[in-house]
Design a protein around this ligand. Structure first.
Ligand code: ATP
Ligand code: MG
Length: 389
């Protein structure tokens, strides 16, 4: 990710050559101080969006109304945002309009937390008006300015504080936490898509348990959909956001599908969660060959991990891959017979029997009771099915 930093520095250099001021801002600066890799290295500048576009040959308008232009330099793409303050807040959501300003200090002031309000110049020096470096060293999340006002402007910031506490293992400064307790009901105003984006990052944080404790301490839990019991999350870690949603689903007292739907999970995410939960429940009696066949390795490993967290005795995680690899077939397409074969062999008309017979054959093959070989299956089918029926 030095590539991203190089791209950002190239952009800064060219803006400076054109007589503008430009710095790296936001998460990348925070993560550099923490020696963590950053995904996006964002640049802020006093150049107006139209001015940014005249400095570079290749640009893409990705959010021009918010002052953001994507600049493409040989090292890669860089988001360049004009210094701005946010306009009037309505509904405790992001403002409709923004105002471009010429001072970096004002731009940094609109940012949520001191650790996110540090700028870095091209020479590596910091612009830090709000004690961001001090707070990062102390592991503290602190609102920029009056916390209550900042949360009233945009309630999502409270959930961001929780997410960062999970991601970084930080504590929340007392006045900031107190303001969250006061403003917690405002979280209901926030769009579910924005909430999901923060929860996605919470689930893959290094200290999810810490995050859920903060959710509880701040009182936010009472205003979010679903059950977030603190104890459920002890020891939980995930590399994959959907694994977090599956574990959240497992902790629901009521209908998990309804709860997850409110967070706008995709169909693919919902399908994964559903499979993991059924694999988890199947594991309580031990997985059959058919379970190993039905669920993907990732679904089985995730369900197994949940069983471990819940201290339910299980098989070794190591054996899952091997048992699955030893299955006679891995998917339905590998079965050497199909419905047409059965119709021919039975000399019967199509009907519900056909699907049943195929399923019986599949189960027998998966269980190793029947070889996946045409003549074997034909004999077996004629004996076990045709003459019975
Ligand atoms: P991540 O590493 O997860 O991307 P980030 O701090 O970069 O974390 P972003 O959502 O990418 O988070 O936002 C970039 C920067 O914009 C933040 O560091 C912060 O300065 C500012 N910011 C983002 N969202 C808000 C908000 N809701 N209110 C105030 N400032 C915000
Ligand atoms: Mg970011």
């Amino acid at each position: 990710n030095t590539k991203e930093w190089q791209a950002a520095f190239t952009v800064i250099e060219q803006l400076e050559e054109a007589g503008f001021e430009a710095v790296v801002v936001g998460g990348a600066v925070r993560d550099a101080i923490l020696h963590r890799p950053a995904h996006d290295v964002d640049v802020a500048t006093n150049a107006l969006p139209q001015e940014v576009k005249t400095v570079f040959n290749r640009t893409v308008d990705i959010g021009i109304q918010h002052g953001t232009v994507l600049v493409i330099v040989p090292e890669g793409p860089v988001e360049v945002t004009t210094y701005r303050t946010d306009g009037e807040y309505t509904d405790h959501r992001r403002p409709e309009e923004v105002h471009f300003v010429r001072s970096l200090k004002e731009d940094l002031q609109r940012r949520d937390f001191t650790m996110n309000a540090i700028a870095m110049r091209k020479d590596g020096s910091f612009v830090d008006f709000y004690g961001g470096q001090r707070d990062i060293k102390a592991g503290v999340i602190r609102a920029v300015g009056e916390a209550k006002v900042r949360f009233a402007e945009d309630a999502l910031r409270m959930l961001r504080a929780v997410r960062f506490s999970a991601q970084l293992g930080f504590s929340i400064e007392a006045a900031t936490l107190q303001a969250m307790q006061e403003k917690a009901p405002d979280i209901a105003w926030v769009a579910k898509e924005r909430m999901k984006a923060e929860l996605d990052k919470l689930w893959i944080g290094k200290d999810v348990y810490n995050g859920i404790k903060k959710l509880e301490e701040s009182g936010l839990v009472s205003y979010l959909q679903g059950d977030f019991q603190v104890d459920h999350w002890r020891g939980f870690t995930a590399e994959n956001t959907t694994c977090g949603w599956a574990y959240f689903a497992l902790g629901q007292k009521e209908n998990w599908q309804e709860v997850l739907r409110t967070y706008r999970l995709s169909n693919k995410e919902m399908a994964f969660v559903k499979a993991v939960l059924s694999a988890f429940h199947a594991l309580q009696n031990g997985w059959t060959s058919m379970d190993y066949f039905t669920y993907s390795l990732e679904e089985l490993e995730t369900a197994h991990y949940f069983a471990q967290l819940k201290e339910l005795v299980t098989i070794s995680q190591h054996s899952i891959r091997e048992v699955q690899a030893r299955l006679p077939i891995r998917n339905r397409q590998e079965l050497v017979v199909n419905g047409m074969d059965l119709l021919q062999w039975s000399e019967q008309k199509r009907g519900p029997w056909l699907k049943e017979a195929l399923q019986m054959i599949l189960t027998a093959v998966v269980n190793g009771e029947l070889m996946n070989e045409r003549n074997h299956i034909k004999d077996w089918f004629k004996r076990a099915y045709v003459h019975k029926g």
